[in-house]
Ligand binder design. Structure first.
Ligand SMILES: Nc1ncnc2c1ncn2[C@@H]1O[C@H](COP(=O)(O)OP(=O)(O)OP(=O)(O)O)[C@@H](O)[C@H]1O
Ligand SMILES: [Mg+2]
Length: 234
């Protein structure tokens, strides 16, 4: 579904991602793990069109999207839920959600998508007329994921969905990720909670200083000595 071949990404001409290649197959959950500042978010930006690679290529469902603008990429069925949620704090939950469906004018279709999001996150229906800023961190994360789902993606990029959330809601978010996958949405997940990230995924990539340092199935990486030393202090 997604094939990334040898991409380089830069900020103001300084290379941050060097020759990164990976793939995500349809129906998979693929995780990126790696410490702060190693380039996980930058790679997601380079896939969803927020940044464009200086070298290499990104192919999505057979189409070359290396240079495509982000809204074309959304139209092809990819949605990016960014780090830190990026909601509009003064808009209501409903308005934030509807922004995710910006490419659609079909009111019936928008309603259908909204019902899907409310089915996954019933609390958002109760909160729909509240300003986003009045919600808890976990609820705001639900809005961010819900907004991502409103474009009806085939591939959902999730950047640190458990960041800044009460532990009880973290479990809920991971349940939701499993549920979304069952509904046929493929997932690329960036996650600080390495244990959860490896348990939930089919395959994972370790991102270190802008490169892929290791890859394998979730199980392989959970039992890998390098991973246990680096992330679990064993
Ligand atoms: N807008 C930016 N301008 C310049 N440099 C940036 C920018 N955003 C990130 N960087 C740098 O790029 C590198 C990779 O950052 P990135 O945010 O992709 O890492 P990350 O793995 O997502 O980290 P974290 O776990 O903290 O989210 C870091 O050295 C960071 O300082
Ligand atoms: Mg990040």
């Amino acid at each position: 579904m997604l094939n990334v071949a040898g991409i380089q990404l830069r900020y103001s001409n300084i290379p941050v991602i060097h020759d990164v290649s990976f793939r995500v197959d349809e129906g998979e959950i693929v995780s990126f793990i790696g410490g702060n500042g190693n380039g996980k978010s930058t790679i997601l930006k380079g896939i969803s069109g927020i940044l464009h690679p200086h070298a290499g290529s990104v192919t999505f469902n057979g189409q070359d999207i290396t240079k495509a603008p982000s809204q074309d990429i959304v139209a092809l069925g990819m949605s990016h839920v960014p780090e830190g949620r990026r909601l509009f704090p003064n808009l209501t939950v409903l308005k934030n959600l509807r922004l995710g469906a910006f490419l659609t004018r079909d009111a019936v279709e928008i309603k259908r998508r909204l019902d899907y999001v409310y089915g996954i996150f019933p609390i958002l229906k109760e909160r729909s007329e509240q300003k986003a800023s009045t919600l808890s961190g976990g609820e705001q994360q639900m809005v961010a994921i819900g907004r991502g789902l409103m474009s009806k993606p085939k591939l959902l990029l999730l950047d640190e969905p458990s960041w800044g959330i009460a532990p009880i809601l973290v479990a809920k978010i991971f349940d939701v990720i499993r549920e979304i996958r069952k509904d046929g949405i493929t997932i690329l997940l960036v996650e600080q909670d390495v244990q959860e990230a490896l348990e939930i995924c089919d395959r994972a990539y370790v991102i270190q200083t802008g490169r892929v340092a290791q890859e394998g199935t979730g199980q392989e990486l959970l039992t890998s000595e390098t991973i246990q030393k680096a992330f679990f202090g064993l």
